[in-house]
Ligand binder design. Structure first.
Ligand code: SF4
Length: 460
């Protein structure tokens, strides 16, 4: 009983969050920056912040995460961190030689009012940025938003800095990935490859945070979107942006700056959201959907049909990021499951509207909460009031799952006590099959372990 003090009775709380369903903005900014080839993330704040951001990513991806810090002291915390950042930029280029430094702010540097744009401009005029090298910057004050907001802000900064419109239109589609695993980014490229569409995927953390063991340390692994690819985005035919919370700013920036129109759709999780993704790609690239993709869809639908009895009527509690939660709820509803409780600490005005659109006349079945006060303590209280058959979310749910004896599907960020998420996608039709496999394993295992002896089935 690790959470023995969680009570069933809810007390109205306005100024207290217990076990928030989110983490810190710069973690997301760092993750987005790592998806650009030759880019070194830089945390403008104290060493403690940077250590936390790096370790959060390293623990999830089981890969070393390189990043630099402005190393604030008491002096810089009072008088400003400009001198630290200027010195850092010079040192980083001379010692670590990245193509790009991606600077994000922290709570401390935002609170004292450091202006990253002005400091980076000064670094340029002071000659601290070598010819052909780049420094981009994004604001990531962690006392608002979440890791997803930080990801969004850095992705927007990357696109704004590099994308350029020329007279030479390109037969290619920009694909903006919301916060997903390297395996998902690899899957997105596999799907667009099957469809024969040339795409620029940004960011792309495949071959950065899922690198093969070669015995050789690479400060800048071979993966990541390259600078020429980023520049070329301004000449693309269209942008397909996956996940409002992660990608909207970048999609709008490409439209405003380079007149590349965009489709902003959900992450392709489950049947319907993947259908929308495939149709958006087909339209953007002016290609038809190949039979091999139809076959993948057919296999997913076949699995749903074969195993429907195990999904039907099962109550589920979910927490995590809105871009994952919304299509995941839609998928669960398609399986005739009941997403009973949904919590996301990443704020966003359209969360309620999207949930209502997904649930339709079933909206009364679900309790949901979004924003800074949405926390896992309340989710646990709801579960105590009326139980669920499955819990879905990041590693932090394991205490609830253990106390309440609920099968627990790890999904989202961070997952620090299991592996697999970096290697096996959950996006697309094949990702849908993976989600179903994992859910079925848990539900059937639970049934095997808890049903009466005379009800143990050999064939399921
Ligand atoms: S102080 Fe702010 S930026 Fe630093 S680790 Fe904490 S939440 Fe993140």
């Amino acid at each position: 009983m690790l959470l023995r003090h969680t009570t069933e009775k809810e007390i109205d709380r306005k100024a207290l969050t217990v076990n928030p369903a989110k983490t810190c903005q710069p973690v997301g900014a760092m993750y987005a920056a790592l998806g650009v080839h030759g880019c070194l993330p830089h945390s403008h704040g104290s060493q403690g912040c940077c250590s936390y951001h790096r370790s959060a990513l390293t623990r999830h991806y089981k890969e070393p995460v390189m990043a630099a810090t402005s190393s604030f002291t008491e002096g810089s915390s009072v008088f400003g961190g400009q001198a630290n950042l200027l010195q850092a930029i010079g040192t980083i280029f001379s010692v670590y030689d990245p193509e790009i430094i991606a600077v994000h702010s922290t709570c401390l540097s935002e609170t004292i009012g450091d202006d990253l744009g002005q400091i980076v401009a000064k670094a340029k005029t002071d000659g601290k940025i070598p010819e052909g090298k780049h420094v981009i910057q994004a604001p990531t004050p962690s006392y608002v938003g979440s890791h997803v907001t930080g990801y969004h802000n850095m992705l927007e900064a990357i696109v704004k800095y590099f994308a350029m419109k020329t007279d030479e239109a390109k037969r290619q589609v920009n694909l903006l990935a919301g916060w997903v695993e390297p395996s998902d980014m690899r899957e997105l490229k596999r799907i667009t490859g099957m469809m024969g569409i040339k795409t620029v995927l940004v960011p792309d953390t495949s071959d950065v945070l899922d690198t093969p063991m070669t015995g050789k340390f690479e400060m800048y692994p071979k993966g990541g979107t390259t600078i020429p690819e980023l520049v070329s985005m301004g000449d693309s035919m269209k942008t397909v942006a996956l996940g409002e919370w992660g990608t909207k700013g970048a999609a709008v920036a490409l439209d405003n700056q380079c007149k590349v129109p965009f489709d902003l759709i959900d992450l392709p999780i489950g049947v319907k959201a993947t259908d929308r993704f495939i149709m958006a790609l087909s339209k953007a690239g002016a290609v038809s959907v190949p039979e091999a993709i139809n076959d993948e869809r057919g296999r997913l639908v076949d699995l749903i049909t074969d195993m429907h009895q195990y999904f039907y009527g099962k109550r589920v509690a979910l927490y995590g990021d809105p871009d994952q939660l919304i299509p995941m709820c839609e998928f669960l509803l398609d399986l005739d499951m009941i997403p009973a409780y949904v919590v996301s600490g990443t704020p966003g005005k359209s969360f309620d509207k999207k949930m209502k659109a997904v649930f339709g006349d079933k909206i009364d079945q679900v309790k949901f909460k979004n924003g800074a006060n949405a926390d896992m303590f309340q989710l646990h209280q709801w579960i105590k009031q009326e139980g669920v058959d499955l819990l879905i979310g990041n590693t932090y749910g394991k205490y609830i799952a253990r106390d309440e004896k609920i099968p627990f599907l790890r999904m989202g960020f961070p997952i620090v006590d299991r592996v697999g998420h970096s290697y096996f996608p959950t996006l697309g039709y094949m990702g849908g099959i993976r989600i179903l496999e994992k859910m079925l394993d848990l539900l059937m295992q639970h049934q095997d372990e808890t049903c009466d002896e005379e009800k143990v089935e050999l064939v399921m």
